[in-house]
Design a protein around this ligand. Sequence first.
Ligand code: GLU
Length: 465
Amino acid sequence: MTAVRTRFAPSPTGYLHLGGARTALFAWAYARHFGGTFVLRIEDTDLERSTPEAVQAIIEGMQWLGLHHDEGPFYQMRRMDRYREVLAGMLEEGTAYYCYSTPAEVEAMRERMRAAGDKPRYDGTWRPEPGKTLQPVPEAIKPVVRFRNPLDGDVTWHDVVKGTITISNRELDDLVIARPDGTPTYNFCVSVDDWDMRITHVIRGDDHVNNTPRQINILNALKAPLPLYGHLPMILGADGEKLSKRHGAVSVMDYPAQGFLPEAMLNYLARLGWSHGDDEIFSMEQFCAWFDLDHLSKSAAQFNPEKLAWLNNHYIKLTDNAKLAEMTHALMMADGAQFAAAPDPAAVMGLMKERVNTLNELADAAMLFYRQPAPDAALLAQHLTEAVKPALRDYLQRCATIEWSKAALAAMLKEVLAAHSLKMPQLAMPMRLMLTGQLQTPSIDAVVELFGREVAIARIEKFLA
Ligand code: GLU
């Protein structure tokens, strides 16, 4: 069997969006599954819409996801000599021809066909045929080059996602493959590249299905081997509409900024249009081992931000606490965190990570321990009543000597509650306010333990004076 070679071939006209990243992931995983080669090709021939910033954004997005390419990036704009060489060969062999019809003439012939109820196409005026005499070449006109598409028969391919697709050659025009200035056009460049780069499997979005028969015909004319094609259905928003900004971030690189982990994004994208039984959570290693083209879905996948958040929570919980502390450090600094005389950030991460969906939420939650508490006066008056102050004094006194562990603190708090005939919230709520300035925190014993003996006592004492 030939070694598997796949490619991701983005046009650098914007950011790397979720659909593009999913295409890249599947092409990458397929190459990895077979120990093959994953090629990155930048299709930058649309000079008006391509930008170096977009190239950078695509490369950054792939790097963030860890979808490393083995070859490339190849830039189509740097391959012009090669395209010209192939064009020259085709002109010589007669699989392509110069067409001197002017744009106005082409428009007029299309109009005529539309009027006659036919599909508008080039009428073949300049198409060479055996025994046909062409008109004299008009000197003032710079010709385009057209591909000499077969007139009869069908193009059939077995799409690994969509099944067998057949298109009649009558549906296909004699495609312009080079403009009057000699620059090659899209379908031609893709075909030459897939041939030169020895691509065995073309996995791409199904917006390219219409291009495939044209590319197959060009490859056949070049006597190039045909790759297998698989066209992935679109990703839709939860409302069934085409995914757009309305559905949340569409650019992959918006996700790290919101505190998503690449593991979560990869795992999420992997399940958009592919399945392995009921498995929802798996590593990329596992995915590459499983990934095949037999379990790709024929129907459009729906983007579900809640599921992505759920996976992100899962991967945050799996991440080492010290690593999480590192990852949230800059966010917390920007929020004014004071790390001196404060709990160990790794321990705080360990306590807070259960309940958050993003690193940004984690940083927010952790700030509890790194800012001076400023409880609302009215709230404090409501919870810190004269009735509970003696119990709090008792609690502080015991704090001074108790073994500093969550279990010991919990047992001690229960004793204090019993001794003063109070219920848990009667002590826990004012303590939360005094320690952190807020009423919502993890278990009070965990919070007290993390602050440490000195800070915990000092913060509560201040309000009891
Ligand atoms: N450059 C095309 C795009 O960005 C992809 C072409 C292909 O995969 O064949 O949509």
